[in-house]
Design a protein. Structure first.
Ligand code: PEP
Ligand code: MG
Length: 546
């Protein structure tokens, strides 16, 4: 048995087999090949394996997300058969006597460059597709096959780190737990694990991947951060017992379904849920959330190989609103950039991406993208109770520009006689210290605030949320953060706005009483935490002096 320790970021226990997730864009080396015929045969085999995998992904996507979204995988299968593409690979192998991986990588670069230089936006977007299929061929050539193809069993995904775009690509039904050598507790892998109700352990250490192999038996304890590889019988026994106790506790919480979020002295609060995809609505309903406090709409962009169209977005928003049957649904506009990178946005590499070109900054510089999303949102608004929220606000003038664009979109829809609700609440994320400090100026302009403690923490404490080396400096209960939240609450209420918290801190039940005392109106948490927070609220008595 080998034991590792990292940081547990979602408390649950999983037992199963290891599947190592390898990055697909590893650097490809140029190697001299004596037997070029053998290299060409390797390409053919890898291409056939890729086609088979894509076919499976297409079938799955067709069932889960419908034909429009699945189509891209069909295009990928066709691209695999493209004569020019395949001739180029063979030519490079023949003329340069090089390995198959190198020939595929060079062809991918050449084709991607050719597509990018075309005038037509549709053709430009094919650059990302050709890279995608080439990465898949290379992964099949090198044996770095993505976990979805490894087995039909559920797996413990072990990785160096996982980018949001990688986690969305995973077949979630086959994931038992996430373990990463690096990463941080506020990373989107951690958030995803909470949404999926599976354990996650991060920061296990540099040597972790070198010491494990695919298929190893493993136990992940998301409470303590312990990982046991090929555990002995005594450990298995102990962990089975712990798993049972945890499940019993979670079962007890089920009894809180249908009960009010009310303190012992009668103070009420809303408990909503955070989601990243239409697929999460089931979890929201099962856990009895009162609404959706944060729909991270950027995942629609991350899941797509190209800008999602107005129609695609409209149908996703409509589905969420209809499923929630008039309960509040707050959809946050695009928050791309920083840790959430999407190829087709072609964002430049930045020295400090968290402080760079992201979220509302992209929307204001590229209003065509913003307007497409707003049109889809306004059109969908007639199907439920919509709130629209804007991320990464730092100034009054930004908010003025946003509200002006919203008005333009409404006028355009009116001119086209397209219906939208006149009951949409507009709000902003308070996730920069600047926004909290000028919350007295911002509050009169909106209906609500929602505090994004993940970013507010990183910006207030100057601690990059992606950097696992500085976790010890991240004091999520830091007085500065709590003061900024309280200041925002006072200012919101002074100007008739309501205030919620949608960052991960909202689920920290050691702070529930503090938040209630500050007058926070809503806590929005991963669906799996709704009942836990309800339990904490119902045990709180605000008449007792602290
Ligand atoms: C936050 O910053 O707290 C937040 C909710 O947004 P995200 O985690 O998506 O950046
Ligand atoms: Mg944020």
């Amino acid at each position: 048995m080998i034991q590792f320790i990292g940081k547990g970021v979602y408390g649950a226990i999983a037992m199963g087999n290891v599947s190592i997730f390898k990055k697909q864009d590893t650097v490809v080396k140029r190697v001299h090949a004596e037997d070029t015929e053998a290299e060409k045969k390797r390409v053919i085999a890898a291409r056939e394996a890729s086609a088979q995998q894509l076919k499976e992904i297409y079938d799955k996507a067709l069932k889960e997300v419908g034909e429009t979204h699945a189509q891209i995988f069909d295009i990928h299968i066709m691209m695999l058969d493209d004569d020019d593409y395949n001739e180029s690979i063979e030519n490079i192998i023949d003329t340069q006597s090089v390995n198959a991986e190198y020939a595929v990588a060079v062809t991918a670069d050449n084709f991607a460059q050719m597509f990018s230089s075309m005038d037509d936006a549709y053709m430009q977007a094919r650059a990302a597709d050709v890279k995608d299929i080439s990465n898949r061929i290379i992964a099949n050539l090198t044996g770095a096959i993505s976990p979805e193809t490894l087995s039909n069993d559920k797996m413990i995904i072990c990785a160096d780190d996982l980018a949001p775009s990688e986690t969305v690509a995973l077949d979630k039904e086959k994931v038992l737990a996430f373990v990463t050598a690096h990463g941080s507790s506020n990373s989107h892998t951690a958030i995803l694990a909470r949404n999926m109700n599976i354990p996650a352990v991060i920061g296990v250490g540099d040597d972790f991947l070198a010491k494990i192999k695919n298929g190893d038996e493993a136990i992940v304890d998301g409470f303590t951060g312990e990982i046991f590889i090929n555990p002995d019988d005594a450990t298995k026994e102990k962990m089975l017992q712990k798993q049972k106790e945890d499940e019993d506790k979670k079962r007890l919480l089920q009894e809180l379904k249908g009960k009010e979020n009310v303190t012992l002295d009668g103070t009420k609060i809303n408990i909503f849920a955070n989601i990243g995809s239409v697929d999460n609505i089931g979890a929201v309903l099962v856990n009895d959330a009162g609404g959706i406090g944060l729909f991270r709409s950027e995942f629609l962009y991350l899941e797509n190989a190209d800008y999602p169209t107005e129609e695609q977005q409209f149908s996703a928003y409509k589905k969420v609103l209809e499923s929630m049957a008039n309960k509040k649904v707050i959809i946050r506009t695009l928050d791309i950039g920083a840790d959430k990178q999407v190829d087709y946005f072609k964002l430049k590499k930045e020295e400090n991406p968290a402080l760079g070109y992201r979220a509302i900054r992209i929307c204001l510089k590229r209003p065509e993208i913003f307007k497409t999303q707003l049109r889809a949102l306004y059109r969908a608004s007639v199907f439920g109770n919509l709130g629209i929220m804007f991320p990464m606000i730092t100034s009054v003038s930004e908010l003025e520009k946003i509200l002006e664009i919203c008005n333009i979109v409404k006028l355009e829809l009116q001119a086209q006689k397209i219906e939208y609700s006149d009951n949409i609440e507009l709000g902003i994320m308070i996730e920069t210290p600047a926004a909290a400090i000028i919350s007295d100026r911002l509050a009169p302009m909106v209906d609500f605030f929602s505090v994004g403690t993940n970013d507010l923490t990183q910006y207030t404490l100057a601690c990059d949320r992606q950097n696992s080396d500085i976790e010890e400096f991240v004091d999520t209960h830091h007085e500065a953060i709590l003061r900024l939240i309280e200041m925002s609450a006072v200012n919101a209420h002074k100007h008739g706005a309501w205030i919620g918290i949608c960052g991960e801190l909202a689920a920290d039940t050691t702070l529930t009483e503090n938040f209630l005392r500050m007058g926070i109106d809503e806590l929005s948490v991963s669906p799996t935490f709704v009942l836990k927070v309800r339990d904490a609220v119902r045990k709180t008595d605000l008449t007792k002096t602290k």
